[in-house]
Design a protein around this ligand. Sequence first.
Ligand SMILES: [Zn+2]
Length: 524
Amino acid sequence: MRFSGLSGTHPARGILNDNARGTTIVGNVYERQQNENGHELRTIIISRFRVFFVVVALTEGLTATAAVANDAHTYRVDVDPELHRLDVHATFRTPVSDISARSRSAAQFLKDARRCDDGAPIRVRGHRLITPPGGITCLRYSVDLQGAARAERRNHGLHASNVIVSPTVWMWRPRLGGYDEIHVRFDVPEGMRVSVPWEPVSADDHTYTLRASPQSGNAVAIFGRFESSVVTVAGAALRVDVPRTREPVALAPTVEWVREAARNITLAYGRFPNPAARVIVFPMATSPWTSSSPVYFGRVIRDGGETVELLIDPRKPQEAFYTDWTATHELSHMMLPYLRREQRWLSEGFAQYYQNVLLARAGRYSQRDAWQKLYDGFERGRASAPTLSPNQATGRGERNTRMKIYWSGAALALMADVELRRRSNGAESLDDALSRFQTCCLPSQRAWSGKELVTAFDALLDEPVFEGLYRQYADTAGFPDVRPLLLRLGVTVVNGEVKLENDAELAEIRAALTARRYTDEPGK
Ligand SMILES: [Zn+2]
């Protein structure tokens, strides 16, 4: 997450884990076993669920994924040409009695909810529908889209031809367990679009699949006339949606910038971690903040899918966007699953590490720039809340601990990366561990603990690395001391200025870390 204009990075406002829904069945179970000699074996058991979908995806393509889930709930959403209302018709595969909207203000905008069999009205209590005993199999309701849009502050600078309203306000639905799906089809007036965080079944007919997700924040939906593109990089087709503001913004340079940031992520292991993520770029020609950065704010939201939101200043020169780290930081979060709040330092740290390494691989930073930024970050992390451990610092919120949260995990990432490269003579790296992790486990529908994550990483290696580092530092006060390692890498510092020594013991590893391994052509 990044917020610019106050002091660089912003506290984790909005990154809250809604685990209360108990959607933890995803696919991967890690199990430790002992063999006869007492050596620990690590086995990854991939659940039926994931194998099933992988097989379907491989043999039948995307449309088949939709076809096999014919026991899904189905929703049809009619979008009014004036954007005044949504009319929703929901059919449930079995009778359901627990229907709610996630937002507590949703009831204000709900109009006329009825059973569709006999037309009987359904009342609301709080943000839940009161259903008859035995549940209902069909529901229709309308939503005051204009009213809901007025309550969403992001609409204030928008052109009237599009509105932003989170599905948490208009999507009245049963809870989703891990196998559950809702197919949502939008009937959209000619010339209009819909942007939702869900997986597209077919972009042409506005049909999407909604599944369980960590619900780490409230992703938005956009309705109306706005700009939309698909950016293709290795391993992914990313939707880039740009809401229409009162002052028009040139779309092409913005999309090209997002494409480069997404391509930066593929420089880790040759492909983008989520094949169908969404990026929303909000142009803000006037803002309450002053910032030298062209990106005021960025965050990733895991809610019904993965969305990166970027608030930009469209007046800034295009070149400034390419050397800004925010987009690369946010997109690199997708190389890890959503981590529980206490272990957010791991997630932020990996993103801090990779934003520097990847911008160097992309040629946007020199090798020295990247190490200077890493060194400066480690120093800030070391000075931040020295009496707390990373887990404590994250658990206590962000006050005076932000740099510890942002850099402790970066120190661990560097230590793990160098160790993997050193012991394999460069044959293995953190990139490879993340690549294997993506293959087995991403995108993930649930929140992970830090311990689970490092166990999963080590299960993908011949010899463990991550659990040892986690055990050593996660609950230890202070900051992981990377200074001896930096010296071995040939990163020396005089008066705060980094100098790179090419005859250092691990200088080759240092150079390899920022060396480009992949082309940016899709499919290579
Ligand atoms: Zn972040």
